[in-house]
Write a protein that binds this ligand. Structure first.
Ligand code: 5GP
Length: 135
C-alpha cells in the first residue's frame, strides 16, 4: 500500500479544487469537511504526502499535531462545543476513504447524536458560515 499523490486532498492543497479553508501554513491546510458528521467538522491535512498515519514522516507528524490542537481549540470555541472528537482512519477496514493523511476534528455536544461518516453533503452556505466562525 503506497501513497498515490493523485488524490482529492493534493488537488485541494494545490488550489485546483475549491474548499472552505479554515487555516493554512507551510505544514498543513484545514478545511471544512463536505460531509460533516456535526456542524463545524473540519479536516487537518498535512502538505507532506503520506497515505495515512502508518507511513507518515514522524517529524511531519510532530508538526501537524500541534496544528491539530490549535485548530481543535478554535473549533470548540467557535461551535460552542462541549468536546472535540479527533479521528484518524488508516486503511479501509478503519474507515479511510481518502488516501492522503488527514485528521478529523468533530465538535461534540452533550446528548447530540452525530451523523454517520460520509452520509450526505451540507449546503455550501452553512459550510461557509461555520468556516468564517472558526477562522
Ligand atoms: P476518511 O473517510 O478518509 O477518514 O475521511 C475523508 C473525509 O473527506 C470524509 O469525511 C469526506 O466527507 C471528506 N471529503 C471527501 N471528499 C471531499 C472533498 O472534495 N472536499 C472536502 N472538503 N472533504 C471531502
Amino acid at each position: 500500500m503506497s501513497y498515490d499523490p493523485d488524490n482529492i486532498f493534493t488537488k485541494i492543497i494545490a488550489g485546483d479544487i475549491p474548499s472552505h479553508k479554515v487555516y493554512e501554513d507551510d505544514v498543513c491546510i484545514s478545511i471544512m469537511d463536505i460531509m460533516p458528521e456535526a456542524p463545524g467538522h473540519v479536516l487537518v491535512v498535512p502538505k507532506a504526502g503520506s497515505r495515512n498515519l502508518l507511513d507518515a514522516d514522524p517529524e511531519a507528524l510532530a508538526a501537524v499535531i500541534q496544528r491539530v490542537q490549535k485548530i481543535g481549540n478554535a473549533v470548540k470555541k467557535a461551535m460552542n462545543a462541549d468536546g472535540i472528537l479527533l479521528r484518524q482512519s488508516s486503511e479501509e477496514s478503519a474507515g479511510q476513504t481518502v488516501y492522503h493523511l488527514h485528521f478529523h476534528l468533530i465538535p461534540c455536544h452533550e446528548n447530540v447524536k452525530r451523523k454517520e461518516h460520509v452520509s450526505g453533503t451540507t449546503a455550501n452556505e452553512e459550510l461557509a458560515a461555520n468556516c468564517e466562525k472558526i477562522k
